[in-house]
Design a protein around this ligand. Structure first.
Ligand code: ADP
Length: 712
């Protein structure tokens, strides 16, 4: 099927053709035949890199051409930016929504395409964002993630709510290959487009001793070292390809990158340039290790990397200079970073309470699917490593020849149900128990025929909790959210977290930083740091001196959970006390990316707590408001007056303060010349423009200047 014959705007078609896309891939043509351009719902379950995004993009342009509005849901923020960039500059107005959860973002409604995470869409629904009713095409990327234990229920509820609101809306769900695509398609009233077709041939095999065993042949590998994984990498690089190596932990990723670097020993000015760039922004040992590896043509990739580091590694690999990346499985989940050979080295993973378990087939498929760059590689290879002869067959059976697992609904889990039932009531989707159950009838859970009685029991328990917490109340025969309940729903925090926070705040007379941050670290919304044996000394010492500053009694059976929350709270207090990023990373054994993630989560909970304090504990409102700014910027209290100015962040405010300029008045007194000496001419001029003239130039300190963007 030719691009030129499709009902897409001529400019878009021209762009594709100029970029070398003249004809649809067979599964894409199947989508057109199944009704892509005639408003049919589709479930597109085809392998990674077989052109799903293009299918969605064509449909969005077609819709927009007829005055429609499209919402593109992605699972991760990083993917939202990737898609936003991909769709931008092609003739449509594109917006991205990943920011704060209690905004309606009305301006976003001006766009033809809005890219958002499922959590963000959920929060827009809770805040009754008007343009959501105008959505005429919903694209759900990575729709199999409905099965994700922690976030799947949100995705499922968001789809159900949008369908409920916009009955005529077209849905295009894009999914990796799954075991039960017909089920998912049935729920969505969608035509199923299923295919195993790939643009580059994929050969899957198992390595043992000195060869990769494919189904019908063996490829011999020249042994150069005692390491299977390294020799597999060197073999691909020798024939001009690149490798991705998937391992189970960050430590393993770093260790393998070091091994690969000393095996490859590449050296050229381009690699040296990347390494310099990483070194100049790296403040941690991890960054220095990464730079040393990259200088020799190898890299590692995991969630602990800073944004700059990630960017350099990805670009260096795309440009073909970095020959191998060892990565935790996070890389397989989204990023479009193909390589000729993918080595799935660690297929066992530690699961809390269950020990080491094999990873699911679907995950193996996603990793394997990264093998082979279209138009660049003659084929792709996915290789598992066996430790014994018998394992070769086992790995073939378990992964290569197996069908992917079925996806199942995660909706009936009480913890998630609690959040969603409150939001159904607060937004008027449901006004009594029957309506809650009626709404749940439209979910994938109900479609899969899971026990309706179990669901009813779970809903009853959740309603009981919400009633007791006074988040909902009965008015006659109707359920209504109280002011507290609506606030919690709009703030987008777990109702159980809200209860923990409110209960402690109403009892607490005096504010302390550590007490407050520790409280937030005990809520279910906060993920906490792993505690090692050698952390215990520092935690015990801290408790000996500061126990009375905590807002909760230490339970007599305080265990790991308590230690974790305390360690996390200490990291966050360090952050708000301007402890350097390098020191924090060293002290808590984390990477800059982790610090970013934790600060971001807690900043949200602090923000929510400020609103909750307004209702229940006004005596704590002021210090919490200060802490909101301090966590956002990573600054001590003394810098708060300065941060109000546009262009002044953590570093500049500190410089001014250390030069004796500690307030707006002091700035005025110091005058432009002295300030220019501290901060340079340009910034000084900008500051005095703000001070002299228009007051509205002084920024709302809660917005835009966040120091967080340094990491994100
Ligand atoms: P998926 O979303 O399935 O992982 P993508 O849509 O990202 O795959 O496509 C992978 C690559 O293939 C992209 O670089 C895209 O431009 C290219 N591509 C998509 N469709 C075609 C086509 N019909 N012909 C040639 N290249 C294509």
């Amino acid at each position: 099927m030719e691009i030129a014959d499709l009902p897409v705007p001529p400019d878009l078609a021209r762009r594709y053709i100029d970029g070398g896309i003249t004809e649809l891939y067979p599964p894409q043509a199947a989508c057109v035949e199944a009704g892509l351009f005639s408003g049919k719902n589709l479930l597109v379950a085809i392998p990674t890199a077989s052109g799903k995004t293009l299918v969605a993009e064509m449909a969005m342009h077609h819709q927009a051409g007829r005055g429609g509005k499209c919402l593109y849901i992605v699972p991760l923020r990083a993917l939202a930016s990737e898609k936003f960039e991909e769709f931008s500059g092609k003739g449509l107005r594109v917006g991205i929504a990943t920011g704060d959860f209690d905004r309606r973002d009305e301006y976003l409604g001006r766009n033809d395409i809005i890219v958002a995470t499922s959590e963000k869409v959920d929060s827009l629904l809770r805040n009754r964002t008007p343009w959501l009713t105008e959505i005429s095409l919903l694209v759900v990327d990575e729709a199999h993630l409905i099965d994700d234990p922690s976030r799947g229920a949100t995705l499922e509820m968001v789809i159900a709510k949008l369908r409920h609101k916009n009955p005529g809306m077209q849905i295009i769900a894009l999914s990796a290959t799954i075991g039960n695509p017909a089920d998912l398609a049935g729920w969505l009233d969608a035509e199923l487009v299923e295919s195993e077709w790939r643009p580059v041939d994929l050969r899957e095999g198992v390595f043992f001793e000195d060869g990769i065993r494919f189904a019908d042949s063996i490829r011999e590998i020249n042994r150069k070292s005692k390491y299977d994984d390294l020799d597999l990498v060197l073999d691909t690089v020798a024939e001009g390809g690149q490798c991705l190596v998937f391992v189970s932990s960050r430590k393993n990723a770093e260790a393998f990158a070091k091994r690969a670097a000393s095996g490859l020993k590449l050296a050229n000015p381009v690699l040296a340039g990347y390494a310099d760039k990483i070194r100049s922004s790296a403040s941690t040992d991890m960054g220095k290790t990464l730079a040393a590896c990259v200088a020799q043509g190898a890299a590692f990739h995991h969630a602990g990397l800073s944004r700059e580091e990630r960017g350099i590694v990805e670009a260096g690999f795309r440009e073909g200079q970095i020959k191998v990346i060892s990565s935790t499985p996070t890389l397989a989940a989204g990023l479009n970073l193909p390589a000729r050979r993918v080595i799935v080295r660690d297929y066992l993973r530690f699961n809390a309470g269950e020990g080491m378990l094999p990873i699911p087939v679907r995950e193996y498929r996603q990793m394997a699917g990264r093998a082979g760059r279209p138009r660049l590689d003659p084929y792709g290879e996915a290789v598992l490593i066996a430790k014994s002869e018998e394992m070769v067959d086992e790995l073939f059976d378990y992964y290569i020849e197996a069908t992917a697992e079925d996806v199942r609904s995660r909706c009936a889990d009480e913890a998630v149900l609690c959040t969603h039932v409150l939001s159904l009531i607060a937004t008027g989707f449901a006004r009594e128990t029957g309506e809650v159950l009626g709404f749940m009838d439209g979910t994938f859970y109900a479609y899969q025929g899971e026990s309706p009685r179990a669901l009813k029991r779970a809903v009853d328990r959740v309603l009981e909790f919400l009633r007791e917490a006074e988040m909902i109340t009965e008015v006659g025969e109707w359920l209504e959210a109280t002011e507290y309940g609506s606030l919690v729903s709009r703030l987008y925090i777990d109702p159980r977290s809200a209860e923990v926070i409110v209960n402690a705040m109403t009892r607490q007379k005096d504010y302390t930083d550590i007490g407050f941050l520790h409280l937030l670290c005990t809520t279910p919304d906060m993920s906490t740091l792993f505690v090692r044996k050698n952390d215990m000394y520092a935690l015990d010492r801290f408790l000996a001196d500061h126990r009375e500053e905590l807002w909760m009694d230490i339970p007599w059976d305080a265990g790991e959970e308590f230690d974790r929350s305390l360690k996390t709270a200490l990291l966050l207090t360090d952050w708000a006390d301007e402890v350097g990023e390098d020191v924090i990373c060293e002290r808590y054994s984390v990477g800059p990316g982790d610090v970013y993630g934790m600060v971001e989560s807690v900043a949200w909970l602090v923000h929510a707590s400020r609103h909750l304090a307004g209702l229940f504990a006004p005596h704590l409102s002021d210090p919490i408001e200060e802490m909101e700014l301090r966590t956002k910027h990573g600054i001590k209290k003394e810098l708060l007056p300065l941060i109000k100015l546009r262009g002044i962040g953590r570093v500049r405010a500190r410089r001014l303060f250390n030069n004796g300029i500690d307030s707006i008045e002091a700035l005025r007194e110091a005058g432009p010349e002295k300030v220019a000496k501290v901060l340079g001419q340009g910034i000084a001029a900008q500051i005095f423009e703000q001070l002299e003239g228009r007051r509205e130039e002084i920024a709302d300190p809660g917005e835009e200047q966040s120091t967080l963007s340094r990491f994100g």
